[in-house]
Design a protein around this ligand. Structure first.
Ligand SMILES: [Zn+2]
Length: 158
């Protein structure tokens, strides 16, 4: 077997694994929270929610233009947000300024947003551990870095 063939076999096997993990996390969110996960080409990956807590009808969009590994890590991060927002009361206590009322974001809003973003990545990692999903530390770290950097830049501009 040629090297390229071996590589493509290996990558399709890995991709299949990632597909299975994506299905595991997707069914967990659907069963536990009644949350729909939609995979959309060039979609904006995010948790779309009506209110502070999670209610039926809320959903997650995952951009499926990126590799399955990245889709999985993004979904784990969004699932982390779901866990953080499971109890509206607890979320309000931990991140009182995460939800904006006025026009311009306050310092508190920026900091609470950043804190929730950091925690959602950490929670995502815990969910992966619970489901025994192996994580590539260096890919995970680079995704966390670029995601958090965007929020950092936003916090300076806003
Ligand atoms: Zn996030």
């Amino acid at each position: 077997m040629r090297k390229e063939e071996r590589n493509s076999k290996k990558s399709s096997a890995t991709s299949n694994k990632h597909k299975q993990y994506l299905e595991m996390v997707t069914s967990f969110l659907e069963i536990e929270y009644g949350l729909q996960v939609v995979f959309e080409r060039d979609g904006e990956t995010a948790l779309f929610h009506e209110r502070r807590g999670i209610i039926p009808g809320d959903f997650i969009i995952v951009n499926n233009r990126v590799t399955r590994q990245r889709q999985l890590y993004l979904l784990l991060h969004e699932a982390g947000h779901v866990l953080l927002r499971e109890s509206e009361k607890e979320h309000k206590r931990r991140y009182p300024a995460a939800v904006v009322h006025g026009s311009r974001p306050t310092r508190a809003h920026k900091i609470d947003t950043l804190r929730e973003e950091v925690m959602a990545w950490e929670k995502g990692r815990e969910i992966a551990a619970d489901f025994q999903i192996p994580i590539d530390d260096s890919v995970w770290h680079s995704m966390v870095t670029s995601a958090l950097y965007k929020y950092l830049e936003w916090s300076k501009r806003a």
